[in-house]
Design a protein around this ligand. Structure first.
Ligand code: SF4
Length: 371
């Protein structure tokens, strides 16, 4: 795997020798984009922070990885932490940040000791790299919520703009990148044959060989499923990315643009397989429970709406709903998507909207028989 090539600190040394502009231009030319889901060009983000006049700046590595079905960052932290640390050091050097935080998912406590050891071993510079452990809130995958959490407040999202590149941690310009992005930085700088299209896919669910697969962006969905040896009915792209009917879309190239044509989001490349024996309503109810629990409660559509979505789905699952309830569920899901404050609420019902779109007959089969 390209991502597992281990750091030799050559990229950091070359950064010190050649300077920030070389790094920014190389990342832009090589086409590194964010791997957390948004896909923003990394070189451009770094350039924005570089251009800010403030003397105090920060780097935050998003190792929160709370999206269900996503576990690629965990693999990188386990297997190639040195290259990740080198990527963080390069980011700090480029923007002259004296301090970086690794925001580690609460559930990844087991990775902390080895990560700290690697920091102590690799970081011989005067940059301070601190591991900050989250408390397990899904909403802290949002970059503004991460910043509030590190500052000691509740991990609530805040309005953008201002963007973190201008006013981030402690209101100072901040680079926030995820683990896979930062690990790719030294590789992109040093490898002539580094390929920006190689990405990590987390495959799980009803497959014989779940795991992390490195594939070229644009690989057909069916090829990934074959590697895992699954027999799918539906594919969920994590929880937030919605679901699609496998037979209809098995040849879809795995790119954000193509997946969007099926009304789904590729996001952090989590692919969860549901087989023909599994009820899509049970899956939807399970995901709805997750969102109802994880809603931070700040805004009404998400706080109240996720509860109502769950209640309707539970009614359908128990065979106590009528056909009007399916329409109400769909309408409610769309309102939550369109009116919630942050990405969590805006994506919390994608799976419901798509489940009704692609598997409506399953919902109808479960309706109250006396209707
Ligand atoms: S959308 Fe949900 S998670 Fe986001 S601010 Fe509103 S209540 Fe909180």
């Amino acid at each position: 795997m390209q991502i597992l090539k281990e750091s030799s600190m050559m990229a950091f040394n070359k950064t010190v020798e050649k300077g920030p502009k070389w790094v920014i231009d190389t990342l832009k030319n090589k086409g590194l984009t964010g791997r957390g889901g948004a896909g923003f060009p990394t070189g451009t983000k770094w350039e924005m922070v570089f251009n800010e006049k403030e003397t105090e700046k920060y780097v935050v590595c998003n190792a929160d990885e709370g999206e269900p079905g996503t576990f690629k960052d965990r693999m990188i932290i386990e297997k190639n932490p040195k290259t990740l640390i080198e990527g963080i050091m390069i980011a700090c050097h480029v923007i002259t940040a004296k301090k970086a935080f690794i925001y580690l998912r609460g559930e990844y406590e087991c990775l902390k000791e080895n990560l700290q050891k690697t920091i102590d071993e690799v970081n011989t510079s005067d940059i301070e790299i601190q591991i900050f452990q989250g408390a397990g809130a899904y909403v802290c995958g949002d970059e503004t919520a991460i910043l509030r959490s590190i500052e000691g407040y509740r991990g609530h999202p805040s309005l953008k703009p201002p963007f973190p590149t201008v006013q981030g941690l402690f209101e100072k310009p901040t680079i926030i990148n995820n683990v896979e992005t930062l690990t790719n930085v030294p590789l992109a700088l040093m490898m002539d044959d580094w390929d920006p299209k190689l990405k990590l896919f987390s495959l799980s669910g009803k497959v014989k060989h779940p795991g992390v697969y490195e594939l070229k962006e644009g690989t057909p969905l069916s090829k990934l499923i074959k590697l895992g040896d699954g027999e799918p009915k539906a594919i969920h792209f994590g929880c937030f990315g919605g679901c699609l009917a496998y037979e209809q879309f098995k040849d879809i190239p795995l790119t954000p643009e193509e997946v969007l044509k099926a009304d789904c989001f590729l996001g952090s490349c989590a692919v969860i397989v549901t087989d023909k024996k599994t009820s899509i309503i049970d899956v939807a109810t399970n995901i709805a429970k997750f969102y109802e629990f994880e809603s931070c409660g700040k805004c009404t559509p998400c706080r109240e709406g996720t509860m109502r979505v769950l209640a309707i789905l539970e009614n359908i699952a128990m065979g106590q709903a009528n056909s009007a309830d399916i329409d109400t569920l769909l309408e409610l899901a769309i309102v939550i998507r369109d009116t919630s404050f942050c990405g969590l609420g805006q994506t919390a019902t994608n799976h419901v909207i798509n489940a009704i779109k692609y598997f409506r007959e399953e919902f109808e089969e479960r309706l109250c028989k006396s209707e």
